[in-house]
Design a protein around this ligand. Structure first.
Ligand code: HEM
Length: 401
């Protein structure tokens, strides 16, 4: 087992992101303050150009962006280990060029990529990669699909996938352009299985990073770990994966109509945090920890036994933590002559070991989370996220060593 340096990652609480060793800012677009709103040059998180190189792939610890697309792929039957290596090298070329704001090799619209839009693209490997001849022994410890949960209503359409590219940027146009590039380059090896597009408002009016809100209006992401605790929770030290991580993607539909009917007190009680600023119902500011023992004047627990924040809290889960990086989605479909709408959260969580971290916490929530009344998982996928790479290297090369 090789050990990865724990010093490379640092974080800052809550702000729309977690700064990290990968994705170090190498340049910033110049500030545009003609509308009087200071941004960018004032330390905001918009308009960045991240480095594609580093200990971890960019897009894990870099601040959350406004627009994202996750594209999952199925391997073609003829794609063996060697062919997978060719695809990963080709995608690495795309990642490097697009992250630096240059046209990717054979780019069909070479004028579109530009620096200063906080672009990142993250590559993941699904379970079937570790069924390929020559790769079975490389399956990381704890990497497995999520077992069925009683509240799940999984749709194959949003479930599974042998490969993943997760593209993020300040704008959906750059994301859409990049997605075409990755899908086109994959064509000899893999076809698109699903795409999930999402957004996040990760800045305030001045361009400074903030935690951001999901479609229930909740501040979502406040209790994400930071510093050494973050590194410990997320970064793997397992053999070739050292410096990499594991990712769970759950498409969780949210019943917004039902939520709107609930009174505000009930909405706040279901999580144990205030809606206006995300602070615990037990007091303090957004980043204060919950006081799970606190009682009100009637002797009742302030944070209810079924409150989402209590049931997912590390103290109720043997210290288990993960890095959540969710995205809001809305999706319309035309079914039998009617527009059918689905809205929710593309719940994404990084951790070193899915079996030890996500699965037990998810079970705890499945068994008694107040939010279950309004939330239903309709898609599920898991990916190994290889470590970052240096100039001349490529994503996943450790698998082929
Ligand atoms: C649509 C579904 C979900 C919604 C709307 C939601 C919303 C929230 C909100 C508002 C918070 C409190 C603020 C924060 O710390 O971020 C929170 C905390 C948290 N959630 Fe969720 N969540 C959802 C699903 C999940 C799932 C599936 C898991 C993992 C299995 C999870 C794990 C956590 C954890 C670990 C915390 C932090 C608890 C703490 O340390 O205080 N959530 N969630």
């Amino acid at each position: 087992m090789s050990k990865v340096s724990r010093r490379g990652v640092f974080g800052y609480a809550g702000a729309a992101g977690i700064a990290g060793a990968a994705g170090v800012v190498v340049g910033q677009a110049s500030a545009s303050t003609d509308n009087g709103v200071p941004s960018r040059a004032d330390g905001g998180i918009l308009g960045q150009t991240y480095s594609p190189y580093g200990e971890h792939q960019a897009g894990i610890f870099t601040p959350k962006t406004q627009a994202s697309e996750l594209v999952a792929f199925d391997l073609l039957p003829q794609t063996d280990k060697a062919a997978l290596g060719r695809l990963l090298r080709s995608w690495t070329g795309d990642v490097v060029a697009l992250t630096e704001g240059r046209a990717a090799p054979a780019d069909f619209a070479p004028d579109m990529p530009q620096p200063g839009n906080s672009f990142t693209a993250l590559v993941g490997l699904g379970p079937a990669v570790f069924d390929l001849d020559g790769l079975q022994a490389k399956r990381p410890a704890g990497f497995q699909e999520i077992p069925p949960m009683q509240h799940d209503k999984l749709d194959q359409r949003w479930t599974g996938g042998d490969l993943l590219v997760w593209i993020s940027a300040d704008d959906a146009t750059s994301v859409a352009h990049a997605a075409r590039r990755f899908v086109t380059d994959a064509a000899p090896f893999a076809t698109r299985r699903w795409s999930q597009r999402g957004s996040w408002r990760s800045v305030d009016a001045t361009g400074q990073g903030v935690t951001g809100r999901n479609l229930f209006g909740q501040v979502d992401g406040s209790a994400n770990p930071t510093g050494d605790v973050l590194t410990e929770a997320v970064v793997s030290d397992d053999d070739w994966l050292a410096g990499g991580t594991q990712l769970v993607v759950r498409r969780i539909e949210m019943d917004l109509v039902g939520w709107d009917e609930a009174v505000r007190d009930l909405q706040e009680a279901s999580v144990g945090r205030r809606l206006d600023n995300g602070a615990p119902l037990t007091g303090g500011e957004e980043f204060e920890d919950l006081d799970l023992e606190a009682k009100d004047v009637d002797g009742e627990l302030v944070i209810a036994l079924d409150a989402h924040s209590r049931r997912s809290h590390p103290s109720h889960n043997s210290g288990r933590r993960m890095l959540r990086r969710g995205l809001n989605y809305t999706h319309d479909e035309w079914i039998d002559g009617e527009a059918v709408e689905s809205s929710g959260l593309i719940f994404c969580a990084f951790q070193a070991n899915i079996a030890d971290q996500f699965i037990p916490v998810q079970r705890m929530l499945d068994q008694g989370d107040a939010l279950n009344e309004w939330t239903t998982a309709i898609g599920s996928a898991v990916f190994v996220i290889p470590p970052g790479f240096q100039e001349g290297g490529w994503i996943g090369e450790g698998l082929f060593a």
